[in-house]
Design a binder for this molecule. Structure first.
Ligand SMILES: [Zn+2]
Length: 325
């Protein structure tokens, strides 16, 4: 299990070294209540946060110089009575641009581990404008599963994560979230040609193939770091629909190389399918070439064929061939 360095290690690996957490440790503040059976109320959190602000150098945390702290994460040690403690946003009398409140002592009633995965999943929503990608999971449809932290990857890298380790080992963000964060540049591919991508955990980058209305985004997951425990490794192909004009967010789907669409054929449980369980949250056949050895992918809507997809060590090489318009 990851130690206290989990959050900084996660962000450093996801950003290929571009983002390092640098901090200042302030003294403890107490709301004077125990954590065992008490959900921290907004009033209690406000009271503690107000104390923190009393001696906080706001300018040191105000990159856009608007007189407010840019992002404030309040991590409290109260126990939530629910399995899904919603991070609430408090305005704190307008002294922070964005506040996310979450508990550190486990995920609702379930675990006692530090919920790093929850913090970075919420960061994905609020700071990177990324959608939830876990599908209609109470009905056995798991969206992009564990292949992104915006999906079920927030819980961990597979379906057998022990209950007390939920949220402790989140998987990577999908590539376009990293591009949105400014953590990496994504090259555009418009011509036929051969490519080779290194694992994204090692700074391998990603490619975008522009289509009419939907793009392909390609990245490689290797067996290292926060991806070590994924069920498989190789080339991930994401289909990204152009942003909805109203919402401004893309709809993003993972192409499952094995073509079985296991991610959309789980068991309707009527409740959150928290691990450990026997549901398919993603498997070794999802990446290319993957467990099924799938070397070719044709996407008629984008108008492109990927051929000769194969490993070169932990890298993946392939050829792009555009279909004639
Ligand atoms: Zn979410």
């Amino acid at each position: 299990m990851l130690g206290p360095a989990g959050l900084s290690a996660y962000l450093e690996e996801n950003s290929a070294g571009a983002l390092r957490i640098d901090g200042e440790v302030l003294g403890w503040r107490s709301a004077g209540r125990g954590w065992v059976d008490m959900e921290a109320s907004p009033e209690e959190i406000e009271a503690v946060a107000r104390e923190v602000f009393a001696d906080l150098d706001v300018a040191a945390f105000d990159a856009d110089e608007n007189g407010r702290v840019d992002q404030l994460f309040v991590l409290h040690s109260a126990r939530s009575p629910m399995d899904r403690p919603s991070p609430s946003d408090l305005l704190l009398d307008g002294r922070a641009d964005l506040t996310i409140v979450s508990q550190v002592s486990g995920f609702g009633t379930v675990s006692e581990a530090l919920p790093v995965g929850m913090i970075v999943h919420e960061l994905g929503h609020w700071s990177l404008n990324q959608p939830d990608m876990y599908g209609n999971y109470t009905q056995g449809r798991y969206g992009s599963g564990i292949w992104t932290v915006m999906g079920l990857g927030g819980w961990g890298p597979h379906n057998q994560v022990p209950a007390d380790e939920i949220f402790a080992r989140p998987t990577h963000f999908h590539a376009s979230a990293k591009e949105a964060a400014g953590w990496m540049e994504m090259a555009r591919v418009t011509d036929d040609g051969a490519h080779q991508l290194a694992p994204i955990e090692l700074g391998g980058g990603a490619l975008r193939l522009l289509g009419p209305g939907v793009d392909l985004v390609l990245e490689v997951r290797g067996p290292t770091g926060f991806s070590a425990e994924l069920p498989g490794h190789g080339l991930l192909i994401w289909r990204e629909y152009w942003p909805d004009a109203m919402i401004g967010r893309r709809r993003i789907e993972l192409v499952q190389a094995d073509g079985r669409d296991d991610l959309a054929n789980g068991t309707p449980m009527g409740e959150r399918p928290l691990p450990p369980n026997d549901e398919n949250f993603g498997d070794a056949g999802d990446p290319f070439p993957g467990a099924e050895g799938v070397r070719r992918y044709e996407d008629a809507e984008v108008g492109v064929i990927l051929e000769d997809i194969h490993h070169v060590g932990e890298d993946v090489a392939f050829t792009v061939r555009w279909l004639d318009g």
